[in-house]
Every structure is written in C-alpha cells, then in structure tokens.
Ligand binder design. Structure first.
Ligand code: HXC
Length: 529
C-alpha cells in the first residue's frame, strides 16, 4: 500500500522543513533534553526521569501525554519539569508522572501542574492506578501563587482519587515544602536510602527560624521517615529497588475500587504442606517466648512470598500483602519480636490505615493475633493512645471485606477486641489450642480481684507470695484459655497450626460472594490517619 501524505504545513520551528524534518527536529530536542538530564542526574547517582519510567514500566509500553507541552519548541526549548503518560506494569495499565529535576529543579509551575492534573483526570476516567516519581524543589518560586494553587488543585484531585484508584509515590530526590503533602495524601510512599528527602521546612529555614543546625538526612532522610516518622512505607536500597517494589506492590492490588484484586493461577506445591507442618513447632508454646511473626506468615502464604509494608516503622505490628491459593490478601499481625507485640499509638495508626486501604479496594484481611495488650504508661497516654487507638477500632468496625482472624497464642483485654475480633465484624475467627484470651493477664487480674484477701494475708504475717502464686495458678487454669470464647461463639473452631493455611483458604472461598456494600464511586477514601 502506498501512503499518500497530506499537504505539507510549515512548522513553527522551521517554516521550510518537511513534515519529516519537523519530526526529526522534535526528536533532536528530546534527545538534547535527555542528554542534559543525564549530565545533571548521573553524577548525583540518580537516573533521569525517562530512565526511571523505562525501568518502572513494561518494555516499550510508555505512551507520553503532551511531550512538548510547557516548552517553547520554537526557541530555547527546555520543556516542562514533569513527564506524564501511561504504560503497563505486568500487562496492567497505570498512569504515571515523573518529575524532571534537570529542568528548573523539577519544580512545579503552571505547565507542570496542568500536565499532572490532566493525567490525574485521565487516570480517574480510565480507573487505573497513579504512580508519581518525585524529584523536585517544590513550588517554583518565580511562579508565586500560581505554583501554590497548582499544588492545591493536585491535593484536591488526589483526595478525589483516594479510594478510587491506588496511588503510589516514589521519592527519588528532594521533596520539599508543602509539596510533601502531595505524596502524603497517596496510599504508599517509597523512598530511596540515598538522595531522597522529605521535609516541610528545609535545613536553611530551620536554622534561620530556630537556630537549629540539622542535616538533610536528620531532618527528612529516608531512614528517618521509614523508622521514626512512619511517613514512608518502604526503604529502597536503590532506585531500581524502589521501582521493583512499586511493581511488586501493584501486583496485589486491583486497578480500581470496582475491580476485584487480580488473582493468579495457583498450582499446589509440596513445600506448602511442609511449611504448614513446620508451623506446629515454629511458635513456642510459652506465651512469654518471642518468635518472628514474619516467619509464621511466610509459612502460611503461597510460595512464602510476603510483601511487607512499613516494615521499619512500629515493628511491633506487621502489615503487608500475600496470596492464598492465588488470591491477594492483606495481613495484619502482632510481632512478638518487638516490644512483645504490644499495641501502641504507632502500631494502631499503621494497622488502621492498612485496614482502611484493603477495605477501600476489596482486599480480604487476615489478622494473626498474639498480643499481650496495650503498652501501659504515661508516655502512651500522653501520645494519645485513646484518640489514635480508636482509629483501629474504626477501621475494623467499618470494614466490609472478608475478614478472617486467628488467635495464635494470646489476646488480652482491649487488644483482643481491636485485633479483628468477631464483635468488630470479622467473618470467621479461629484460635490455636492453648490460646490465652482474658480481660487481663493473671498477675494484674489477681491483684485486682483478690486485693482485700492479699492485704489481709499480709497483715496477718502470712506468706503473701505463696498465696499470690496459688491465685495466679487458679486464675490461669480457670480463665486464661479459649473455653469461654468457644462456648460464647467467639471462635468458630480451634485449629492446629498446621491446619491454619487450609482454614484461611476455605474461609476466603466461603466469603467470595460477601456483599461489599459498594454502591457509589468508592467505598470510602484512604485518608491519612
Ligand atoms: C525555583 C528552584 C526551586 C524552587 C530549586 N530550584 N528549588 N527554582 N523554585 N522552589 C532550582 C535551583 O535554582 C536550581 O536552578 C535547580 O532548581 C536545582 O537546584 P539546586 O539548588 O542547584 O540543587 P540541589 O543543590 O540538588 O538542591 C536541591 C534542593 C534545593 C534541596 C531542592 O534547591 C532547595 O532547597 N530548594 C528549595 C526547596 C524548597 O524549600 N521548596 C519549597 C517551595 S514551597 P539552576 O538554574 O541553577 O539549575 C512549596 C509549597 C508547596 O513547595 C505548596 C503547597 C501548598
């Protein structure tokens, strides 16, 4: 077939050029821009925005939107400081924008704001996840209020998209000023160990205002936000690691709140039987001996694959994604390795937001319980354990997704209730034999229930400690066991550790048709908690 070209129209760049020349001219501009970007980024140990996009997306899948928008292609072309478009990850479409630090420090002005806002609109219309690759000095100072307003519009659109499509932010350079709230409103933040920073006010401003001298690292480095502040959800060793984690995370998520999470063909493997059997001896019987809950999770899920979220923050609780017979689930579990798995303000917020996310996107929640209670003391009360702990109850009590809970060893007091108990709405609840469930531990309970008796014994000069030991033993035998839970219907069955994987799979199969009560644009948002 011969292709007849329509009549030539002169280009702004070169009125005498043919169409082909004009395309070549644009290609040349793009190549120059990329060379400039490489010269700026590579010495700093960073990839260019385009290199990042090609590593994130499936090969050749990127389709750019408005490649030359925001730049004067006729004269001194620099381009906008953001690249927008869409592509696929493991064959599934995503919308993506990558800030280009080589253009005016990746800052956001009118053109960049317009491009990002348009992309967010496209993502909402197509109902596809949004991934932001951030590397920017924030609002462009020269653009004044226009830049601030564009951020405001992005914030608003991000909130509208919250709970409709998954939103991921990768911090691959600076993210400064109020601009940090753009990723903070998204579902997951991934930071690279070197080069990424997030702070509302930079070291210079801090010094000018308060006199405090602080490094970029200590003020907003990736370790700070992963270990301490809880702002970030993953600490990546490199940009490649950050991009790979984003791809892995997405493989567990549906593209939008109307879709079911992706499910994978599953062939049973012998190793899973071995893993299940190993569970019988993995968890020490004594409830005071620690063990690694992540190991337990790996013994329960398909191929031992568990993608942990916020691994470094509030390590007394573990959250993350895995599959059971090919179906993605969100897992919330106490971690006896850290602080004996007690609940505190940080653990409560970490688990709450994760439960809210899973519920917004129809991902079933598995809760594995081994919790001695809330961490007592003034530090926690002052930090607002009442206000912040309530978020966890709110998250579980409002969740509509299938919820299956297993009490592995112990579950005391309020912590028993908030960790996915039946009364908060879990669909199926199990316990391992010997599970300890009670209002409080034996020592505390005896001190309260037998206060007078113990005081009288003390005044009579009797052996108070022997009496206390006797009372503790009686309380433990009579009250610290699953009997009351079973007869009250709190547990649907007592299962052995090696039966747990199958019990979870059977429960989820039963719950596949559960009404998720979705009757609008979204179930609910995933607001920052
Ligand atoms: C305009 C900016 C800029 C900004 C950086 N640049 N930040 N231009 N507005 N906000 C420009 C620099 O002038 C420079 O231009 C280029 O980007 C690269 O910056 P460098 O400083 O040379 O790079 P580096 O040493 O790597 O330091 C990067 C940086 C630093 C840490 C980001 O530039 C910095 O601290 N910038 C200010 C960050 C900040 O406070 N932003 C807050 C803005 S307020 P040339 O031409 O020399 O290459 C905000 C509020 C949002 O974002 C509103 C929400 C409601």
């Amino acid at each position: 077939m011969t292709l007849t070209l329509p009549p030539r129209t002169p280009s702004a760049a070169d009125p005498d050029s043919s169409r082909e020349d004009y395309v070549n001219h644009l290609d040349e501009l793009a190549q120059q821009a990329e060379a400039r970007a490489a010269a700026r980024q590579h010495p700093a140990g960073k990839l260019t925005a385009r290199e990042r996009l090609s590593q994130l997306l499936d090969p050749m899948s990127f389709q750019e939107i408005g490649q030359f928008a925001g730049g004067n292609v006729g004269k001194d072309f620099l381009g906008a400081a953001v690249i927008t478009g869409h592509g696929t990850i493991n064959g599934r479409r995503v919308a993506v924008y990558a800030q280009d630090f080589s253009v005016r420090g990746g800052t956001l002005g009118r053109a960049e704001g317009d491009k990002i806002l348009h992309l967010l609109d496209v993502a909402l219309e197509m109902k596809i996840p949004i991934i932001a690759l951030l590397d920017s000095g924030g609002a462009r100072i020269q653009d004044g209020v226009v830049a601030l307003t564009q951020y405001g519009r992005i914030f608003r659109k991000t909130c509208q998209a919250s709970g409709v499509v998954p939103q991921l932010s990768l911090i691959l350079g600076p993210c400064a000023g109020g601009a940090v709230y753009s990723p903070a409103l998204t579902d997951f933040i991934i930071m690279t160990r070197d080069n990424s920073h997030m702070f509302v006010t930079g070291p210079d401003v801090v010094k000018a205002v308060t006199g405090e001298v602080v490094s970029f690292e200590d003020l907003g480095g990736a370790e700070l936000h992963n270990f301490q502040s809880g702002v970030a959800h993953y600490l990546a060793d490199s940009e490649a690691d950050a991009l790979e984690y984003a791809r892995a995370l997405l493989s567990y998520l549906p593209s939008n709140c109307e879709e079911r999470p992706p499910s994978y063909a599953y062939e049973p493997v012998a190793q899973e039987l071995v893993n299940s059997a190993a569970l019988d001896s993995l968890v020490p019987a004594s409830s005071r001996q620690p063990y690694d809950m992540v190991e337990v999770i790996r013994h329960l899920v398909d191929h031992g694959e568990f993608v942990e979220v916020q691994e470094m923050f509030a390590r007394n609780i573990v959250v993350g994604f895995a599959c059971l017979e090919g179906t993605p689930v969100g897992i919330v579990a106490n971690q006896p390795m850290f602080d004996a798995g007690t609940l505190d303000v940080d653990a409560s917020e970490k688990a709450s937001r994760f439960v809210r996310f899973c519920d917004a996107f129809g991902i079933p929640i598995i809760t594995l319980v081994d919790v001695p209670g809330y961490r007592p003391g003034t530090e926690q009360e002052q930090a607002g354990i009442i206000r912040r702990g309530a978020k966890m109850i709110f998250a579980y009590a409002n969740a509509q997704v299938p919820m299956v809970t297993v009490v592995l060893r112990k579950a005391y007091g309020g912590a028993y209730i908030v960790m996915g108990s039946k009364s908060l709405g879990a669909d199926m609840n199990f316990a391992w034999p010997g599970a300890e469930v009670a209002v409080m531990g034996a020592d505390g309970a005896v001190s309260i229930m037998h206060r007078r008796e113990l005081k009288a014994a003390e005044e009579a000069g009797e052996d108070v400690e022997a009496l206390r030991a006797q009372l503790v033993q009686r309380y433990t035998e009579e009250s610290v066991n699953p009997n009351l839970c079973v007869s009250e219907g709190e547990f649907d069955a007592i299962i052995t550790p090696s039966q747990t994987r199958q019990a979870l799979i059977d429960s989820l199969a039963l719950l596949t048709t559960k009404d998720l009560q979705y009757d609008g644009k979204k179930r609910h948002d995933n607001g920052p908690l």
